[in-house]
Design a protein around this ligand. Structure first.
Ligand code: KIV
Ligand code: NA
Length: 262
């Protein structure tokens, strides 16, 4: 199987095939996710929360994003790798946005970038796409605007969401993430757009789905939003392994002779 491209994603939407996506932040997990046959891996700035243990995504820097993105691209054979542009890496000028987007491809080997916002960031999407860099848009609940939204809240303004979706498509986005919006609105947007929609907390009618890997695998024991289904309980498996190790060492049951050099 060959590398997934923007063209293969368009083709999947045309054929009504669901697009699968997850986040990953490092080499071993990206290996597992890529080997699963997934189409898209997002190196999300959610790493600020699930890897760095911060309150929200705002403090994540370009250097941190590039560091993690490079680990992920090194692991991926087929999945498209999307680098998530962190807060304040694309807001202050178009030059800054294009330079930083370019770094994801030049320095970290990503195939595309993602940035948050609708109509308000269309000039940025245009500038980045004009540089030959595939851009994924992200509308609805946009975590980098947590303070402006007054918290992580479901977004319900249908007219605004539809307008944002249409405008990011016109601006040249190859795909759009729909986060935290009611299912019927996501369905209407998905039908109205020619580019694939990737949903998270946006119901079943999107062209594809994405979740935060550490949430859906149950790696952390943090509170999970309503839309997350835990497909595994890695935290419990790891906790059990750690408990067994400590008990074995304390009782002198590890290492036995099979783990010794003679
Ligand atoms: O940072 C992230 O993980 C994201 C996805 C949840 C879409 O932006
Ligand atoms: Na993000």
């Amino acid at each position: 199987t060959s590398k997934i491209t923007t063209t293969s994603l368009f083709q999947m939407k045309k054929e009504g095939k669901k697009i699968t996506a997850l986040t990953a932040y490092d080499y071993p997990f990206a290996r597992m996710v890529d080997a699963s046959g997934i189409e898209m891996i997002l190196v999300g700035d959610s790493l600020g929360m699930v890897v760095q243990g911060k309150e929200n995504t705002l403090p994540v820097t370009m250097d941190e994003m590039l560091y993690h993105t490079a680990m992920v691209t090194r692991a991926c054979e087929t999945a498209m790798v999307v680098g998530d542009m962190p807060f304040m890496s694309y807001q202050s000028s178009l030059d800054q946005a294009v330079d930083n987007a370019g770094r994801f491809l030049k320095e970290a080997g990503a195939g595309a970038v993602k940035l948050e916002g609708g109509a308000d960031v269309c000039d940025v999407i245009k500038a980045v796409a004009s540089a030959g860099i595939p851009v994924q848009a992200h509308i609805g609940l946009t975590p980098q605007s947590v303070h402006q939204m007054g918290g992580f809240k479901v977004q319900r303004d249908e007219d605004r969401l539809m307008a944002d979706a249409m405008e990011v498509q016109s601006a040249g986005a190859f795909s759009v993430v729909l986060e935290g919006i009611p299912s019927p609105i996501a369905e209407k947007i998905t039908k109205a757009l020619t580019i694939p929609t990737i949903g998270i907390g946006a119901g079943a009618h999107c062209d594809g789905q994405i979740l935060v890997l550490h949430d859906m695998l149950g790696i952390n024991d943090r509170h999970l939003p309503k839309f997350v289904k835990k497909f595994a309980d890695v935290h419990a498996v790891a906790a059990k392994g750690l408990e067994d190790y400590l008990n074995a060492v304390r009782k002198g049951e590890f290492p036995t002779s099979e783990f010794e050099y003679k």
